[in-house]
Ligand binder design. Structure first.
Ligand SMILES: Nc1ncnc2c1ncn2[C@@H]1O[C@H](COP(=O)(O)OP(=O)(O)O)[C@@H](O)[C@H]1O
Ligand SMILES: [Mg+2]
Length: 167
């Protein structure tokens, strides 16, 4: 249990710098073999959180949205744990994940869009779910009350971050 118990539960994150700070705290706690699954809609802040995690681990950056690269390994600059940053969005099957040959035991693995994927990597993992706050700006809903052109995904707005131990 490398992520301290007091980080489990719901966090209200007011802006990107708070998101990076939460990431740094997590990154300082992560150890080889840890798997973290990030879920949340596009623009939720998954990559922003991962950037902070990378800083906390002391890895070589830059951490970028890995959409065009399925998995990127960032070596540690301080003789510590490397970060493997995976974008599972386009992974069709667990078989493909297998093909990536990720060194789970020797790395901290962060999987964006990883729900349903983590169980192929580890027996236990952390799930971090990021939501734009209900009632806040940039919340889309099934009723279509917010016209798409009014959505500014990059505008600072609170996020709700829920950290849980799985399964
Ligand atoms: N509270 C917040 N936490 C994180 N990012 C936020 C927040 N408010 C606004 N943002 C903005 O939302 C965007 C999140 O982008 P990114 O981290 O790439 O999302 P994702 O990887 O989930 O698609 C950034 O432009 C960031 O500045
Ligand atoms: Mg991203």
């Amino acid at each position: 249990m490398s992520v301290p118990a007091d980080l489990l539960g719901v966090h209200r994150i007011d802006g990107p710098s708070d998101m990076e700070e939460l990431g740094r705290t997590l990154g300082r706690a992560l150890e080889p073999g840890d798997v973290v699954v990030l879920t949340g809609p596009l623009g939720a802040g998954k990559t922003t959180l991962t950037r902070g995690i990378g800083e906390g681990l002391g890895i070589r950056g830059p951490v970028q949205s890995p959409t065009f690269v399925i998995a990127r390994t960032h070596p540690s600059l301080v003789g510590g744990t490397p970060l493997v940053h995976v974008d599972a969005y386009r992974l069709g099957a667990a078989v493909e994940l297998d093909d990536l040959d990720i060194d789970v035991a020797g790395s901290a693995v962060i999987v964006e869009w990883g729900r349903g994927v983590a169980e192929y990597l580890a027996d236990t993992w952390w799930e971090i779910e990021i939501d734009r706050e209900v009632g806040g700006r940039g919340v889309d809903n099934a009723c279509g009350e917010i016209a798409p052109h009014t959505l500014d995904l990059d505008a600072d707005a609170p996020r709700t971050v829920t950290i849980s131990r799985r399964p």
